[in-house]
Ligand binder design. Structure first.
Ligand code: AAO
Length: 512
């Protein structure tokens, strides 16, 4: 019996670490604030053909609508009910997206906001994305329904009712995060409602969840909710597949709650990854790229099999959440391409690429006063479509980092080298490094203030390869630099520090 319990516990939990990527795919893209119809089109015209493994979508459930035309992006982190109509579209559009993406091998991961409902000052009325009425002073959400019984306030011991001190476990989990009404997840009824919402999504065909604000929920409560979840829909996934779970826990060290309390339940966002790699590529605090020789656990990150990694996310690219000023975003495009390239080449973790929209930044005393700005919108507040330009970039303020050639091609690189160990490390004891992935791929970075000119062992078979950073292989032609690998696997690399992209990457399928 004991063995059986152990088996079910471990069997269940470790299964939730698997993203269930299809067709040898390896990377997730966060299409932040995209509409469902645009995601469906993007799966068919771009993500499927280019080998992306999945999309993290913005929360699909009903949320508060704040002002007109104010509508900050973060209104979607204030649930009103679990009905599937949101700024991104209707339930029918949502279903259509899941079907279209699944049919081209691209998984959908839902951003699940289950720690709380809207802010305490949300008021009364039906200013919500499906028009459900609610009243925050009575804590009444008939759209679910939740009533005042279903919230944690009686457990919270702070004067304000909000979290005041992150070094006290109980208040982080029982009080309100920035005044958001905190759900009582120890209650069977609340657990049931949350699981019902997530199961509806699983049955529709999603592959898993980014679970928002996990630090603010007790691991035991989450374990109970996850334990109630259905297996994935067998139209697209093998039978008995558990949903992929990746939990947002910000752990940069020094707080009462650490990510290790959650790793048995699913993967956890490794926030140290982007913060540290940002410091390295910016060369702050004496950091050098050569110090990443033991990148991963060697840098104090969580075990590889538990980590979900990213260079920036929707919070820290605009000063929310955590990570600080070292975070490298699309605003620093040259460094961003290199850092994302490094992440995708390196074997550690399940990788997520950010895809953003541009907003007008307005720094006052170092803080961006426009950090609230929502996605490109029409005058009635509805989100604009994502138009595709003739050169395949996106228009109307959508940045589409995932469509930048260097980043798309590195997503393909990661697929090609999947399963191969890190090999043939080289460095100049400064900011020039190179490494391979077995006999499948090789990458060289020059982040120094001088040129790189060196002959290296690549581990690749002899032949001429097309560099997928300066160009790519098209038919049997290479639109970028060509790299010649000799019979001893050696190749000569020249990278000027003044190059638009001072890195070079080749792989088995970029061979001419
Ligand atoms: C909005 C308004 C609020 C208003 C509220 C309710 O901005 O003024 O009170 O509505 O009306 C997003 C936005 C929020 C927004 C919210 C709801 O970011 O601005 O509030 O929607 O609309 C903590 C959580 C983490 C959370 C992060 C933003 O732990 O879970 O805050 N992220 C998720 C989402 C996010 C969303 C929510 C959660 C809520 O990704 O988009 O909020 O659903 C420390 C702690 C972290 C903590 C940060 C920020 O970080 O460790 O746990 O994150 O502080 O409070 C150093 C430390 C580092 C520390 C950091 C900052 O770097 O090493 O650990 O300093 O102090």
């Amino acid at each position: 019996m004991k063995l059986f319990i152990l088996w079910t516990l471990f069997g269940l939990s470790f299964a939730q670490h698997n993203p269930h990527f299809r067709l040898g795919r390896t990377a997730i893209v966060h299409l932040f604030e995209w509409r469902w119809v645009d995601i469906a089109a993007e799966c068919e015209r771009f993500l499927g053909p280019k080998g992306f493994g999945g999309v993290q979508i913005s929360p699909p459930n009903e949320h508060i609508v704040l002002g007109s035309p104010w509508r900050p992006w973060w209104q979607r982190y204030q649930p009103i009910s679990y009905k599937l109509c949101s700024r991104s579209g209707s339930e029918d559009e949502f279903k259509d997206m899941i079907t279209k993406c699944n049919n081209v091998g691209v998984n959908i991961y839902v951003d699940a906001v289950i720690n709380h409902m809207c802010g305490a000052a949300g008021g009364e009325g039906n200013h919500s994305s499906c028009g459900s009425w609610f009243n925050t002073s009575k804590k009444d959400f008939p759209g679910v329904p939740y009533s005042s019984w279903d919230f944690n306030d009686s457990k919270c011991k702070t004067g304000s009712g909000d979290i005041e001190n992150y070094s006290e476990k109980h208040q982080v989990r029982d009080c309100r995060l920035v005044s958001l009404l905190d759900l009582a997840l120890q209650k069977d009824y609340v657990r049931g409602k949350v699981a019902e919402y997530m199961n509806k999504l699983i049955d529709l065909g999603v592959a898993g969840f980014r679970v928002d604000a996990c630090k603010h929920m007790w691991p035991g409560d989450l374990e109970n909710v996850y334990g109630r979840l259905h297996n994935l829909n067998t139209t697209w996934f093998p039978s008995s597949s558990r949903p992929f779970i990746f939990q947002e826990v910000i752990d940069l060290g020094g707080e009462a709650i650490s990510s290790s309390e959650y790793v048995h339940l699913g993967r956890v966002t490794e926030f140290k990854y982007g913060a540290k790699l940002g410091t390295v590529f910016r060369k702050w605090h004496g950091e050098k790229l050569c110090y990443t020789r033991n990148w991963g656990e060697g840098w104090g990150f969580m075990p590889d099999g538990n980590a979900l990694v990213f260079i920036d996310n929707h919070d820290n690219q605009r000063g929310h959440g955590a990570g600080g000023s070292s975070i490298i975003t699309f605003w620093d495009s040259k460094l961003h391409k290199m850092a994302v390239g490094y992440m995708l080449a390196h074997p550690y973790g399940v990788t997520r690429v950010m895809s953003s929209y541009r907003w007008e930044r307005n720094f006052v005393n170092g803080k961006d006063e426009n950090d609230w700005m929502g996605p490109p919108s029409n005058s009635n507040g509805s989100t604009k479509p994502v138009p595709i330009n003739p050169d395949q970039t996106c228009g109307d303020g959508w940045v589409c980092e995932h469509r930048w050639r260097q980043i798309t091609n590195m997503v393909i690189f990661r697929n090609v080298v999947s399963g191969q160990p890190l090999s043939n490390w080289w460095e100049n004891q400064s900011n020039q490094v190179a490494f391979g992935r077995g006999d499948r791929g090789f990458i060289v970075f020059n982040n120094d203030d001088r040129d790189l000119d060196v002959t290296l062992n690549t581990g690749l078979a002899s032949g001429t390869y097309c560099d997928i950073i300066s160009g790519q292989k098209e038919g049997n032609r290479c639109t970028g630099k060509q790299i010649h690998v000799d019979g001893n696997s050696r190749a000569h690399f020249r990278i000027s520090n003044r190059d638009e992209d001072p890195f070079v990457a080749i792989h088995a399928e970029s061979k001419l």
